[in-house]
Design a protein around this ligand. Structure first.
Ligand SMILES: [Cu+2]
Length: 169
């Protein structure tokens, strides 16, 4: 009888620990999310553009250039086709404002783990959350004014390989 009670007590303890952890996760919010996450995209609407960007465990995107038209409503889906979790092989899509020095931004991002590797500041036009292998995320944002922009993955050490040009015509 005593043994049974002890087991029940241990089980309750383990269970309560588990839920505490989950609650902590839920509480975490992205501080400066300018873009909304979306699930369904009405692709029949000509003003809406759907872009799919795939990323891999090899620290690469499948696109080096993304071209869009001025003023369009962009729905960008980032897929992580790899298997490694986001702690070790996290990927995101970060679109930098014009004139931002990529190296400086990436250096600041390395120490911005608390905010999902997006440094505090006003240097981005849009960004997704960080995802790990098998995950996917979609953001919606309006195409900025015509010009050439840079997009990167801001996970430490990734931007040299994971970067591309975002061209608005
Ligand atoms: Cu990455």
């Amino acid at each position: 009888m005593k043994g049974k009670l002890l087991i029940i007590l241990i089980m309750t303890f383990i269970c309560s620990c588990g839920t505490k952890k989950e609650k902590k996760k839920e509480k975490f919010e992205y501080k400066r999310t300018k873009v909304e996450a979306v699930d369904n995209v009405d692709t029949d609407n000509p003003n809406k553009i759907k872009i799919i960007l795939n990323s891999f465990d090899s620290m690469q995107y499948d696109k080096k250039i993304i071209q869009v038209e001025n003023g369009k409503n962009i729905y960008l889906t980032l897929n992580h086709k790899g298997k490694i979790g986001k702690e070790f092989m996290g990927h995101n899509f970060v679109l930098l404002k014009k004139g931002i020095n990529v190296d400086d931004f990436a250096r600041k991002a390395v120490v911005a783990k608390k905010t999902d590797y997006i440094p505090i500041g006003d240097e981005t036009l849009a960004y997704t959350k960080m995802i790990g292998g098998g995950e996917t995320t979609t953001i919606n944002f309006k195409a900025p004014e015509p010009g050439k922009y840079v997009f990167i993955c801001s996970f430490p050490g990734h931007y040299n390989l994971m970067r591309g040009e975002f061209i608005v015509n």
